[in-house]
Design a binder for this molecule. Structure first.
Ligand SMILES: [Zn+2]
Length: 259
């Protein structure tokens, strides 16, 4: 039976993390998942899921986030380490910096955002959406390899696929957002709704709109490829050192959530 306690969800420029392994899609009540590869890292089964597909054919607003997270849930995944390319809103950041978000603002518009569309009505608490235990281990591993790593950032998610306007970025900055991306949500919330720990290692691929003259997808992909090895090493290091038993409260995310 296919099983993995840990999953890695990769994004732009960082999709090839291991050679070999078993590849498959999983059928879910929400449609088929993206292709998942099951491999071994440090004697642990790990499921790798490139959210844009293996050839980067799925744009951010068309990713089937529910199918992907449900598929990982059926593999018995309890922890997800993700990676996202982001634009920097915070002027202290610069391209090549790494960010571990601790909070978020969701500005997506048309995505299926929950597993709980029907009774019982369920309002999940997201006060600690990003697992504090996973974040701590990710930060510890990252600090060994990365000079510029920020551990306490607010991630803003837009619908995409266009980049943001300079006026939008000014507004997001006034809201206290540090970085902007198109794929972090509802992915993290859906994981939380299924009691799965979730943390993400973001890398700054570009300064956000209005800070520089224009944004190009080429520079986002280039930065991802440049940083791909560090991201891989950091995630593998985290997987090596994280204890098997969870010491966080993510497994109880639904306590008190149902009407
Ligand atoms: Zn947790």
């Amino acid at each position: 039976m296919r099983k993995a306690a840990i999953a890695i969800i990769t994004g732009t420029g960082t999709k090839t993390f291991f050679q070999g392994g078993t590849k498959f899609r999983i059928g879910t009540p929400y449609g088929p998942s993206a292709i998942i590869t099951l491999g071994r890292i440090c004697n642990k089964n790990v499921a790798l899921l490139p959210r844009h597909g293996e050839t980067h054919e799925i744009p951010p607003h068309k990713i089937n986030y529910r199918a992907n997270i449900w598929a990982l849930h059926t593999l018995n995944v309890k922890r997800i380490l993700a990676t996202n390319a982001v634009g920097a809103i915070n002027l202290q950041y610069k391209p090549g910096d790494f960010i571990i978000p601790s909070d978020f603002i969701d500005f997506t518009k048309y995505r299926s955002l929950t597993f709980y569309d029907d009774a019982p009505v369920t309002h999940v608490d997201v006060s600690n959406l990003y697992c504090p235990e996973l974040r701590e281990h990710l930060f510890k591993s990252a600090k060994q390899k990365i000079n510029r790593i920020w551990n306490d950032a607010v991630y803003l998610c837009t619908e995409g696929p266009r980049y943001e306007s300079p006026a939008e970025i000014r507004m997001y900055r006034s809201f206290g957002c540090d970085v902007v991306g198109m794929t972090g949500l509802p992915e993290a919330v859906l994981a939380h709704e299924l009691n799965i720990c979730y943390s993400t290692l973001c890398f700054v691929s570009n300064m956000a709109a209005g800070i520089k003259k224009r944004i190009s997808t080429d520079e986002v992909a280039e930065e991802g490829q440049k940083l791909g090895n560090i991201i891989k090493e950091t995630l593998f290091e985290t997987i090596t050192h994280i204890p098997r038993k969870r010491n966080c409260i993510c497994s109880r995310a639904l306590e008190g959530a149902r009407v």
